[in-house]
Design a protein around this ligand. Structure first.
Ligand code: 6MZ
Length: 393
């Protein structure tokens, strides 16, 4: 099926290589087991009817509108601070277990008066969740690259700590398309306030048929002026005018980009705007009829900057390894192509030059280690392969 190894080896290759995740929504990545557990508890308390939601959670293929119904349910389930912290911790652990070495996790700060939750306290719960990961070294500070969660007991055994996996994390705050201009501006101000806790940018997401671009533009412009990076869900549905306006804004990345016309792609090409590609998500939400028709093929062929992402690992039952394997199996990529794709993602992270330097080191080391484990990689000259890191801007 693919060059450079059989199916099992390619799957293992995609799992083993270091990976960078740049498009993952926190609440879309909740483990199914956690979601069911939370729903059961709320059912027992009489807050929801568990029988009504169980089949929705367990359902596999969903339309885009069904996904947004499910997100409303997620928001009912995950309203208290402790649950938000728990979900964050589990999501980080799951990405690290999949050899993700840099994770840009995005989430929509939420107000929930009845639970005493403000957008700020929601984000504090997320950051507490990052701090509570004890099986890994979690580095999420922007101002320095030190490891954030080395507990005092672990500090006593620093050597042991250095042997543990490290995951670099940065946060993006999402503006939901249902929000007003004022609410969007609040989110940007909160992002600015939380920069020292690893917040590096803003995302615009939510139901793509809701809201208007002009509502969010003032907040997004302000974010840009203040030095935050901006990524937009762009062209998830067909909306020519909005797609053009979004590209004219020149975001630092766009997500999905399923409904761009030829002239839109030309603009994206001239501006070299990296695209966050979410294959399984696009397939499951019926953005295209079959995976081989995905725009990944043309973008990859044309060397357009792109990065493979999961979108919502829980909602779509996927992993980043799985997305790499899907791309390899569908579009005939070999091991070198796959590693090159994963490595190129370094250039598109919002985390800044220090973290990029650290990531280049991680990818360089791993190319050598992989050669010891994968015979076909060795025969391709794996140790000597310098995966080119493109400088795009
Ligand atoms: C658009 C999406 C999305 O923010 O509560 N979200 N927005 N398109 C998608 N593709 C299917 N997947 C997720 O995570 C869940 C929220 O992320 C956005 C939606 O606004 C969803 O409510 P947080 O952590």
């Amino acid at each position: 099926m693919e060059r450079g190894g059989d199916v099992a080896e390619m799957k293992e290759w995609c799992r083993s290589i270091p990976k960078i995740e740049l498009h993952a929504h926190l609440n879309g990545c909740i483990r199914d087991s956690t979601l069911l557990e939370l729903a059961k508890v709320l059912g027992e308390k009489g807050i929801i009817n568990f029988a009504d939601v169980e089949h929705v959670i367990r359902k596999c293929g969903r339309s885009l509108s069904e996904c947004f119904q499910l997100f409303d349910l997620f928001h009912i389930l995950a309203t208290d601070h402790g649950t938000i912290s728990r979900i964050t911790k589990e999501v980080v652990e799951d990405f690290a277990a999949d050899e993700v070495v840099y994770l840009e996790l995005r989430t929509t700060p939420k107000n929930n008066e009845t639970k005493g939750m403000t957008k700020r306290s929601y984000m504090k719960a997320v950051i507490d969740g990052l701090r509570s990961v004890d099986a890994l070294n979690v580095s999420f500070s922007n101002s320095s690259e030190r490891t954030e969660n080395i507990s005092s007991s672990t500090q006593n055994n620093y050597a042991n700590c250095m042997e543990r996996k490290t995951i670099h994390i940065r946060l993006l705050l999402s503006i939901d398309r249902r929000e007003t201009t004022i609410a969007a501006m609040e989110t940007v101000c909160l992002a600015l306030e939380l920069r020292e806790f690893g917040v590096v940018g803003i995302d615009l997401s939510g139901n793509p048929i809701v809201g208007e671009w002009k509502t969010f533009l003032p907040a997004l412009k302000y974010a840009k002026e203040q030095g935050l990076s901006v990524t937009l869900h762009c062209g998830e549905v067909s909306n020519k005018k909005e797609i053009q306006e979004m590209l004219d804004f020149v975001p630092e990345r766009i997500g999905h980009a399923c409904f761009l016309d030829k002239d839109d792609w030309e603009k994206a090409r001239v501006l070299q705007i990296p695209v966050e590609i979410c294959l399984t998500s696009n397939l499951r939400t019926e953005r295209l009829s079959t995976i081989d028709l995905h725009h990944f093929a043309n973008l990859h062929k044309g060397n357009h900057p792109l990065v493979l992402c999961t979108d919502d690992t829980g909602l779509f039952s996927t992993t980043l390894s799985n997305e790499y394997y899907l791309a390899a199996a569908t579009f005939g990529l070999d091991q070198k192509d796959v590693l090159r794709l994963a490595t190129n993602a370094i250039e598109f992270v919002f985390g800044g030059s220090e973290v990029k330097k650290a990531l280049r080191g991680i990818f360089g080391d791993s190319a050598r280690k992989l050669a010891e484990v994968f015979p076909s990689w060795k025969s391709l000259g794996g140790e000597d392969v310098k995966v080119q890191i493109k400088s795009l801007r």
